[in-house]
Every structure is written in C-alpha cells, then in structure tokens.
Write a protein that binds this ligand. Structure first.
Ligand code: F6P
Length: 323
C-alpha cells in the first residue's frame, strides 16, 4: 500500500478531525502518501481529492466537525456512482481507504471493497454509538457530555418554575445518548426506541414523583422513539396532567458539534493509527474499534448488524434511580 485515501461520511461527530489527524500522521510515519477525499463519497465521485501534508492536520485534533467535510451520497448507492468513484481513486493511484462514519458509510466501504477490491478499513464515527465491534463510537462521549451540560441548564430553570420538561436527544434508532444523558442528569424518565413505555406508565411515574414533592421533572426522549418525539409525548401527557406546566426542548444538532472530549480524542487517535496499521497488516473490509480497552478489528458486515442495544443493566439502573 502506497497511497491511502481518508474520508468522513454521514453525520459528523466530534473526534472525526482527531481520527483523520491520527491516520494521516500514522501514514506519514510509515512513508505512505495520504489523500483527503472531501465530502465523503460525494467527493470520491466528483474527484474532490487532494494530497495531504502536515499543514492540513495542524491544530485539528481539538476541533469539532470534520475539515474534510461530510455528506450523505445518494449516487454512491448506485453501481454507476461507485464505478465513477473507483476510476477517480485509480487516477490518483489511491490503493486503500480509511472511511470514518456510521453504519451507512461503512456499508458503502464494504460494497466498494466487494465490487472493486479496494482495501478499506472503517472507523466508527457517529454520535449514536450504534455500531457493534466497539464499546464506544467516536463522538458518542462528547455528545453525551454536551447533552448533560444542556440538561443541567434546563434543570435550573425547570426547578425555579416547577416545570415538567421533555428534552429530546439525538440517536436516530438508538437510545444510547438518551440512557447515558438521562442517568447522568437524574431524569424522571427516559424514553428510548428500544423499549416502549406506555403513556399511562409515564403519567403514573410523574404523579408518584409529585406526591414525593418533586415539583420539577425532566423526561428524556430519544428522537424517533417508539412512542414519538418529545413534542408528541408532551402533547399526550398534557391530556392526563393538564395542570402541569410543561415545556419541550429539542437539543438537536447541538449534540453533533463542539470540541471532542478527552475520551473521544484518545479513542480517535488510537483508532486512526490502528486503521493504518491494520491496512498494512492486510486487514481489509473490517472496522477498527475498542472493546475492553483493546483495539479489535471486526468485519464491517458484522459491525453494521443492528444488534447492539442499550445495556439491560443501564436501563434497570435508570429505572431505580428515577423512582
Ligand atoms: O447519525 C447521527 C445523527 O445525528 C442521528 O442521531 C440523527 O438522527 C441524524 O444524524 C440527523 O441527520 P441530519 O444531520 O442529516 O439531519
């Protein structure tokens, strides 16, 4: 392997820059030419590819977002799109890829490897933490910290006004951010896509808390939860508890930005180096992740299977702590 292309794809996550920097530095260490592919697979198709030097990666470790930019490419989902992308890579002599992104982005890398035989290693870059083969994805820890910081502020005003807040956090089909931020901010209840909580049960919980003189409450709702988003839940609860002063806050993309936490910087740095070393060791079509503090390579096909779910203990603990 002489030339490696690096790209970030899908929803950005804090720590992507740190991962790019680590991969590029490791590449230079092993005398490999490193190329930046801009806007993910979109840039591969449009030939937006540039050779990187150390100037590109100075002072990016600590910055949120991704300097390579990111996109969700529809065209790369087509055989023709991937063929164009392949021809562009060949024109630059790029013979291996590091793809940093979530399940959709890694699926792309897997398909591309199958069709065109370009060795690829994926790195888990998503705030959602919904990839198997790693305890944590790059950006998850920062997103949870951001959510908790925001919820703490909401807590102040909720307490002053004895209000009931429904706070919606990101996580698409996964409740990892919700459960983590919910436990970390002493939420009254946590609604996640993986477990349906009937409205009646939630209402009962809130009534019990009121009896126990808890006049302010924060309910965390994961977006896309089975019972609906925060606005929908609030609307349903108001029917049962019309005298409660209820408010809705959607944290949204706030959770995707900001400087990566110490944990995410370390995770991204380790994985960036291990991606290059993995490619050099002939590990293709795999995702590098960390399990029990050790870097492991999991076949991409396995990593993207939607079977990582919120820990049952975490869910039970959250329940105990909110009664
Ligand atoms: O996958 C990361 C994520 O932030 C999800 O939590 C969220 O549902 C989605 O991306 C939002 O995507 P977009 O930025 O394209 O609206």
């Amino acid at each position: 392997i002489k030339r490696i292309g690096v790209l970030t794809s899908g929803g950005d996550s804090p720590g992507m820059n740190a991962a790019i920097r680590a991969a590029v530095r490791a590449g230079f260490y092993y005398n490999i030419e490193m190329y930046g592919i801009y806007r993910g697979y979109e840039g591969m198709i449009l030939n937006d590819i540039k050779k990187l030097d150390s100037g590109h990666i100075g002072h990016i470790l600590e910055r949120g977002g991704t300097f390579l930019k990111s996109a969700r490419s529809e065209e790369f989902r087509t055989v023709e799109g991937r063929q164009k992308a392949y021809e562009n890579l060949k024109s630059h002599g790029i013979d291996a890829l590091i793809v940093i992104g979530g399940d959709g982005s890694l699926t792309g890398a897997h398909l591309f490897f199958k069709e065109h035989g370009i060795p690829a290693i994926g790195l888990p870059g998503t705030i959602d933490n919904d990839l198997s083969g790693t305890d944590s994805t790059i950006g998850f820890d920062t997103a949870c910290n951001t959510a908790i910081e925001a919820i703490d502020k909401i807590r102040d005003t909720a307490t002053s006004h004895d209000r009931l807040f429904f706070v919606e956090v990101m996580g698409r089909d996964a409740g990892f951010i919700a459960i983590n931020a919910g436990i970390g901010s002493a939420a009254a209840a946590i609604l996640i896509p993986e477990k349906k909580m009937p409205i009646e049960e939630l209402v009962e919980k809130l009534k019990v808390r009121r009896k126990r003189k808890k006049t302010s409450n924060i309910v965390i709702v994961a977006e896309g939860g089975k019972s609906g988003g925060a606005a929908e839940i609030a609307r349903k609860v108001r029917k049962y508890l019309p005298h409660y002063d209820t408010k809705v806050t959607i944290l949204g993309h706030l959770q995707r930005g900001g400087a990566p936490s110490s944990y995410d910087r370390l995770l991204a740095s380790k994985l960036g180096v291990m991606a290059v070393e993995g490619l050099l060791a002939g590990k293709y079509d795999v995702m590098a992740g960390i399990i029990n503090n050790k870097v492991v390579y999991t076949p991409i096909k396995r990593a993207i299977v939607d079977d990582k779910s919120v820990d049952e203990d975490d869910f039970r603990i959250a329940k105990i702590l909110s009664t």
